[in-house]
Design a protein around this ligand. Structure first.
Ligand code: SF4
Length: 461
């Protein structure tokens, strides 16, 4: 039985209805970013149900336990505000779970009430509920605006707001803000920077937190994450490389205005061209040479593209997910001579359509791009009904369309609920691009093998 059999190709302009949105709620992103601080306990200021949802979706994606606390709003809290609950929570958390920092994010309910988190945190501090050397940070994440990416960005900015210390004298260190990528990607960005001989601090950093080794011991706070000491030094760095405007712009911009650390804004280093620009930015900013090892990785990727080009040429692709990922993926697909034809994101923000249109200009004349409230999986399915594609790239929610239309799906982005590997194997950098290429090719060839008639069934490509 088909799952989306009622979807038709007749698109009717909708103003007040989203069907299968291509986004999730702000606090999910705030919680993910907070887990990138070492010894940090994220705290959801709202009802238990919100916190359970945020933890569940992160746990299902990363296949790791996600620790977080909640203010446990009840009916009374909804009327009188959550100050008493948060004060009690802060005391309990520091006494029982002993984090270095509690990262509070709001929810729809606490935002609607209008709880003032800095005022409550100050009351906790004045009331002796915050032990010496411990911290409370916060960000506002009303989920009726923005998306999980906005929440990630807000919490990353909060790290700068609370910890970055301005200095007159700058060090030779740079800041790397990786944006919302996988722990594997953060690990890979660090490997590349180390390979280049660059001195850096990266935040947030969920590697070592959400891609942990099985040791037989439960660790409330795994060994990974950016330390508070490292975060404090971000204000004395000589430059910031911010990857992905939607995830990293706000933090980099605040580092510039608060601490006079100049920022360069890059795309996520996914694919050949974006990785080239990342490597070049490291080279120029830190005055280092590109080592032979990185040049070799690039050469391997180019060789792989040349070998596989005939199978990729002019294949039409539909992709959905987060703007930073989609911009980088679109450029990579164009580099591969593939046709990113339908591009959908539920995350709002400026210049998305403009960026996609510029990347495909003169190459994909029938491109369709949609962003915001009406940009959903339903609309994407309708476009596919009108004119099919060869490949889908996006999160797990695309599997219904993949099944209904018999189109191969490459899982990429957030959330991926039904596969593993994304937390362990990167898609950033040249090595990551090779993995992505392998996945794209395998998906296309598997379908070709499955569908081919016997006399055309080939052992050798
Ligand atoms: S959308 Fe709002 S109410 Fe729903 S889980 Fe997210 S924060 Fe809670």
């Amino acid at each position: 039985m088909t799952l989306l059999r009622h979807t038709t190709g007749d698109v009717i302009e909708r103003e007040a209805l989203t069907i299968n949105p291509a986004k999730t709620c702000q606090p999910v992103g705030a919680m993910y970013a907070a887990l990138g601080i070492h010894n940090c306990l994220p705290h959801s200021h709202g009802s238990q149900g919100c916190c359970s949802y945020h933890r569940t979706v992160l746990t299902r994606h990363y296949k790791e336990p996600v620790m977080a606390a909640t203010s446990s709003f009840t009916e009374g809290t909804s009327v009188f505000g959550g100050q008493a609950n948060l004060l009690q929570a802060i005391q309990n958390i520091f006494e029982v779970y002993k984090p270095d920092v509690i990262a509070v994010h709001t929810t729809c309910l606490s935002e609607t009430i209008g709880d003032d988190i800095p005022q409550i945190a100050k009351a906790a501090l004045d009331g002796g509920k915050v032990p010496a050397g411990k911290y409370i940070i916060h960000c506002n994440t009303p989920s009726y605006v923005g998306s999980h990416v906005t929440g990630f960005s807000n919490m990353t900015r909060g790290m700068v707001h609370y910890f970055a210390e301005p200095t007159d004298v700058k060090t030779d260190q740079i800041n790397l803000i990786p944006g919302w990528v996988e722990p594997s990607d953060m690990r890979e960005i660090k490997r590349i920077a180390n390979e280049m001989g660059v001195k850096f601090v990266m935040f947030p950093d969920t590697s070592g937190v959400l891609d942990c080794a099985m040791t037989g011991e439960f660790e409330m706070y795994p060994k990974g994450g950016t330390t508070i000491e490292q975060l404090k030094t971000t204000g004395s760095s000589k430059a910031t490389l911010a990857m992905g405007d939607w995830g990293s712009y706000a933090a980099a911009e605040l580092l510039d205005s608060k601490c006079k650390v100049p920022a360069q804004f890059l795309d996520l280093p996914i694919g050949l061209s974006a990785t080239d620009r990342f490597i070049d930015a490291l080279r120029l900013t830190c005055n280092v040479d590109v080592p032979e090892s990185i040049i070799e990785e690039r050469g391997q990727l180019v060789d792989m593209i040349a070998d596989m080009h005939q199978y990729l040429y002019h294949k039409r692709v539909a992709l959905w997910g987060d703007p930073d990922q989609l911009i980088a993926l679109t450029e990579f697909l164009v580099d591969l001579d593939m046709l990113p034809t339908y591009v959908v994101t539920g995350t709002p923000g400026k210049r998305f359509e403009e960026r996609i249109q510029a990347l495909v200009k003169g190459f994909v004349p029938d491109v369709k791009v949609k962003q915001g409230a009406g940009a959903d999986m339903y609309l994407m399915h309708q476009w596919i009904k009108q004119e099919p594609v060869h490949l889908l790239i996006g999160n797990t929610y695309g599997k219904y369309i993949a099944r209904d239309e018999d189109i191969p799906l490459v899982r990429h982005g957030f959330p991926i609920l039904d596969r593993v590997g994304h937390a362990q194997f990167p898609t950033v950098g040249y090595k990551g691009a090779m993995r992505l290429l392998e996945k794209i090719l395998s998906a296309l060839m598997d379908k070709q093998d499955r569908d081919s008639e016997e006399e055309r069934f080939e052992l050798v490509m």
